[in-house]
Design a protein around this ligand. Sequence first.
Ligand SMILES: [Zn+2]
Length: 312
Amino acid sequence: MSRANSVFEQQLGLRLQVSRANSVFEQQLGLRLQVSTLVLNEGEGGDYRSTGPNFAPATPGERSCTGYQAQGVTGHGANVTVSGIDVALGMLARWASTNHPDDDLWHLLTDCFPSPGTVGIASKGGLCQAPGQRTSFVATTIDPDPSDNLTLVQRLDACDRQGYEGVVEGTRLCARALYSGAACGADSHPGGGNTTPGKLELCSANAGVSSNGPSLWHTFAHEIAHGLGGGHTFGDGGLLDYTGERALYDAADICAYLEAGGQGCLEEVAEAVTAATCGNGAHESPEACDDGGLAPGDGCDASCAVEPSLQP
Ligand SMILES: [Zn+2]
């Protein structure tokens, strides 16, 4: 998020993204995300154990982030260059597994990685995996179209159909996660940056990354849906396509995931009376009104009380 935003604005913005995603998940899956820990980085130089790999753009107001350099990765039969957003995902997953091994999911919202490149990434089915089941993300040598006639979306679709989770940016190769059977290993980034190119073993479980932008909630919800095991639904539309729709079409993956118990981490929560969130556009008790904003002077004020009269 922009450094110009106050902490309050950032918290409010985050709640809005999560509640928009929840409006889809609650209605269509009966599932609600709850934020338990929020880390806001106002600048670099904090303690890496506390802040995690949350790097700001090198120049305020711009989107270029030197903290996430593309890196060469070897091992697991792969020898490829991994894009910056994959590096961010791997660093977040490794940090989370080291410092928060009992948490179900960490997601990075960042000003880095703006459109038109990859704006979000998550490991398929990574949500709620126990530490002993976490995966290492490795590229494969599968090229679904050696003649290189596929668009990126077609290539993603082809990889997805063959059981792979994505495409390694800058290459024509499909990528997939392999079970490593262990946690992601020691944190090799104590100084806040990766100083050992070629040594980064990407561990993509229980983490996701979304880039800030006009459709941030959609990117976030798309990546969470991947975390629930959902594959792309290219051609069918919906959240797991790139169309911007609110619908969550399920290619049977998510329902299978939920029916299997959500890998054991999804909790049954009694329907509780939840606090109303003023400004979310939903008229919740005890709000007198909710116009979807907090601006005064429009008939519904910042505490969701009706304003007595409008300016003539
Ligand atoms: Zn996707």
